[in-house]
Design a protein around this ligand. Structure first.
Ligand code: MRU
Length: 368
């Protein structure tokens, strides 16, 4: 995707034999564009924890590079055999401790470890870990493009039956290319539609308290020349109720085998408003965001509880402004669960499916 007309991925390595990893530092957007260099597991852990990198698929790729660094560190310490594997395992847990809710880091680390399992030497394991991390990044780009192509068909269909020139999409948080490697999940249908000449306007819920919508989604839509309007989270229901949104697209951090979707806090309220007004509500997510080992999202997904200062204080790096009564207790869950019954469909790289156990199982078994 483009920033000031130059193409970027959100994370990349410099292609050297012992590469450094680089990422767009999302803590400073939209006001300044900075790139951070990540050289070891510690750097990757800190980038995830501080949300310099964020968004489920990007967290997955960052974790994949993190576990590659773990291999490289063990190799440099001249560890072999059990000692090597124990070091990697310790870093595996360390990387996953940075943020608990998204399943993508777990999936990505497992994928890297599967790729290294048959290697005989420590050096070979390390090389395979790097190749696997790079492949996960490349696959994510392809999968997001596929999600965009399927989602764009929905946009085209809405335009056809409504007779409107412009289709109005509403989205929550940032599930665009900044949350992935390129294209994004929930915004990919918008970008692919724009490439196909279908006019789209996006309602962007600001997504308190960290404002990933108002800051990141609005930023990337502006860079890509897509018409959009930022609204408060509270205004989402009003926009939907007054017929100003034709469809909702959101991303996901973890989807259970029954189709419950965990995504940025506030997604559930948006889904309720869409359901009450008969507006289609789609979740856009790659297969790497499914956790088929669990069933009930509310019971089984650990919701990250974040620092209360995110709610209490607005901070632009220069000024800190108090946003609520300083003595009051604050509760700040990072995510919520949208039950499958509120979801029209899940758009994946393998097609659009119903949010239920039968269709989700079919995704993984190849049954249509
Ligand atoms: O806390 P964040 O910014 O990492 O949360 C991001 C979201 O909730 C996204 O909607 C989700 O990760 C899907 S990203 C394609």
């Amino acid at each position: 995707m483009r920033i000031k007309n130059r193409h970027y991925r959100t994370i990349w390595d410099d292609g050297k034999i012992n590469p450094s990893v680089f990422a767009i530092d999302q803590r400073h957007l939209p006001l300044s564009f900075k790139i951070i260099r990540l050289r070891n597991t510690e750097d990757i852990h800190d980038a995830i924890k501080s949300m310099a990198v964020r968004g489920a698929p990007l967290l997955g790729v960052a974790a994949a590079y993190g576990i590659y660094f773990a291999h490289r560190e063990a190799l440099r310490k001249a560890y072999t055999g059990k000692e090597f594997d124990m070091y990697v395992e310790e870093k595996h847990d360390f990387l996953l401790s940075a943020r608990p809710t998204s399943v993508n880091p777990e999936w990505a680390i497992k994928t890297v470890l599967q790729a290294t399992a048959k290697a005989r030497t420590a050096a070979d394991k390390t090389l395979r870990a790097l190749e696997a991390a790079r492949k996960i990044a490349d696959d994510d780009v392809r999968n997001c493009m596929r999600i965009g192509r399927y989602g764009s068909k929905i946009i085209k269909e809405i335009r056809r039956y409504s007779g409107q020139n412009t289709v109005n999409v509403l989205t929550h948080c940032n599930a665009g290319w900044l949350a992935c490697i390129d294209y994004g999940t929930a915004l990919s249908p918008v970008y692919i539609s724009a490439e196909r000449g279908i006019p789209v306007h996006v309602w962007v819920e600001e997504t308190r308290p960290r404002n990933q919508g108002g800051k990141l989604t609005a930023y990337e839509l502006e860079q890509m020349g897509i018409p959009h309007t930022v609204i408060t989270d509270n205004a989402g229901g009003q926009v939907i109720q007054t017929g100003n949104a034709d469809v909702v697209f959101v991303g996901a951090d973890r989807i259970t085998k029954s189709g419950d979707v965990c995504n940025k806090v506030g997604t559930y309220k948006t889904a309720l408003a869409a359901y009450d007004n008969n507006i289609p509500f789609y979740v856009c997510a790659p297969l790497s965001s499914f956790d088929t080992g669990i069933n009930d999202g509310i019971e089984e997904i650990e919701i990250e509880e974040r620092n209360s200062d995110e709610v209490r204080i607005a901070d632009d790096g220069k000024q800190r402004v108090l946003m609520c009564n300083p003595g009051s207790r604050v509760f700040n869950p990072g995510f919520d669960i949208t039950p499958s019954r509120l979801i029209t469909g899940i758009i994946t790289e393998k097609g659009i499916i119903k949010a239920d156990e039968y269709h989700i199982k079919g995704l993984f078994t190849g049954r249509k």
